[in-house]
Every structure is written in C-alpha cells, then in structure tokens.
Design a protein around this ligand. Structure first.
Ligand SMILES: C[S@@+](CC[C@H](N)C(=O)[O-])C[C@H]1O[C@@H](n2cnc3c(N)ncnc32)[C@H](O)[C@@H]1O
Length: 252
C-alpha cells in the first residue's frame, strides 16, 4: 500500500460518508475524500434532472468503472420558488425517499459515500440526509474546499485582511436586504447568483462597492469565467456563479 493510500484510509461497512469534493477541480479533493471515493461500496450523488450531477462529474476520474452508484435526482430545482409550498412539498418527499434508499443500503451493511460539491456542511443537500440519518447510523463527514475559497483563489483576490468582517449572503435575499448587509460589512461573498445576477448587481451598486466586486462563474471548473462585476452585463448566469467583494482592511 502506498503512503498516500495508507494516509487516506478506506471505508467501513454500514457507514454513511458525506464527502466534500471541493469546488470543481478534482486535484482539490482532500486525501480522505479520495480514499473514500475509491473505497466505498456505493457512490451516491444528487443530480438535476437530465444532468450528470456536478459533484459526480468532479470525481469522475476517481470512480472505478464497476462501482455501484446511486443517483438521487431532484424532482425540481430552480423551476419553482424555494420558499413556496409546491417546492417544499416536492423536495420534502424527495428527501424522505432519498433517506429511505440510503438507509436501506446502510442497513444491508454497505458503506455509502454521498458526494457534496464544496464542503458538505456549507449550503449542502447532504445536510438534509445527515440530519435524518446521523442519529441512526455511523456517519463521517469529510470537509471540502468551499466554492468561495476556490473562487477567490482563482480570482487572485485575498478576501479578508486584518480585522475585516466577512459576510456570506445568498443572492436570493431581497435587493434591499442585500444592499443593507453589503453596506454593513467589510468583505462579502454573494452565493446563488445565477438567476439573481441583475438584482445582485443593483444591490452592489447601491451599496457603493462595485469598484471592488468580482464575478466568478464556474470557479476551478471547465468554462471558468472571472471578471469585474461592473463589466458583466448578463441578466442571469449559470448555477455556479458568485460575487466576491474583497475586504480592504489593514494591509501592512
Ligand atoms: C447550494 S450552494 C453549495 C455550496 C457548496 N457546498 C460549497 O461549499 O461551496 C451552491 C452555490 O455555491 C456557489 N458555488 C459553489 N461552487 C462554485 C464554483 N466553483 N464557482 C462558482 N460558484 C460556486 C454558487 O453560488 C452556487 O449557486
């Protein structure tokens, strides 16, 4: 066994693993994540209808061809408003069904690795499975490089200096809330920009921080795009897009 394999370790039967697979580039997985992706009995992942699944795509070079896979396909993603009853009912039923499928595998003694883009405990669907299954089965969560960390690194923009405060905002917030929170912080990351891009741009402008704002699409992934937000005129962007407002605190 190589030194790297022995450091990475392998999977234990009947255990659920939440595996953070990082922001997009497979080279950014942790050793433990690689060890588990290669050794779990079942590689499970969430995917949008008709698509490969981002987390699954990231680990593609690591998954053995004969590995059992469990694809958990969202019945709905951005088609319905996330705070509406129809979305919540459909997603609630989907999570219950996913939980039962995972529990069935774990009860039968399989080790199951549920992939999570970025870090599993940071705005991740994995958390909905963890909440239901952690009281019932052994669970190990493997942290991952977050999308925002990958994005600010690729953009070459240190995010916080000295005593800067950093605020992470979902772009789904109302425009006035975004503006107020941007005014109240030194540095910010705005996630879930996609269909909210035009609104986010207006909020950044109103908060007076446009000169520092950087737009990153698909950071560390194929098709990566990085530009000052002021130069991005698109009305909406892809799912993987965020805006960075680097802090400009004490620089010695
Ligand atoms: C549901 S959150 C998942 C966050 C993930 N668990 C993490 O640790 O970064 C999805 C949002 O993260 C942001 N995101 C994650 N990875 C990204 C990347 N590589 N490039 C751009 N945005 C990314 C986007 O704003 C996207 O809408």
């Amino acid at each position: 066994m190589s030194l790297l394999d022995s450091l990475a370790g392998s999977a234990t039967p009947g255990t659920l693993y939440g595996i953070g697979v990082g922001p997009g580039d497979v080279r950014l997985l942790t050793l433990r994540a690689v060890g588990l992706v290669r050794s779990v009995d079942v590689v499970a992942f969430f995917a949008k209808r008709g698509q490969q699944g981002n987390a699954r795509r990231i680990v593609d070079p690591l998954v053995p061809a004969d590995r059992t896979e469990l694809r958990l396909e969202y019945p709905v993603t951005e088609e319905l408003p996330a705070d509406g009853l129809p979305y919540q009912q459909q997603i609630g039923a989907f999570y219950r069904d996913s939980q039962e499928r995972l529990a069935g595998l774990l009860k039968a003694g399989a080790s199951v690795g549920l992939l999570a883009e970025g870090d599993p405990f940071f705005y991740g669907s994995f958390m909905h499975m963890w909440r239901r299954l952690a009281p019932l089965f052994p669970v190990e969560v493997v942290p991952g490089v977050t999308g925002m960390s990958g994005c600010w690194t690729r953009a070459g923009t240190p995010i916080t200096w000295g005593d800067d405060t950093l605020t992470v905002l979902p772009g789904t917030l109302p425009e006035a809330d975004l503006t107020a929170r941007l005014k109240a912080t030194d540095a910010a990351v705005i996630m879930k920009v996609g269909r909210n891009l035009a609104k986010v741009r207006r909020a950044v402008e109103s908060a007076g921080v446009m000169s520092r704002a950087v737009y990153v699409e698909r950071g560390t992934m194929p098709g990566e795009r990085i530009q000052p937000l002021s130069q991005c005129t698109d009305q909406r962007g892809p799912y993987f897009g965020m805006v960075l407002i680097p802090g400009n605190g004490r620089q010695i």
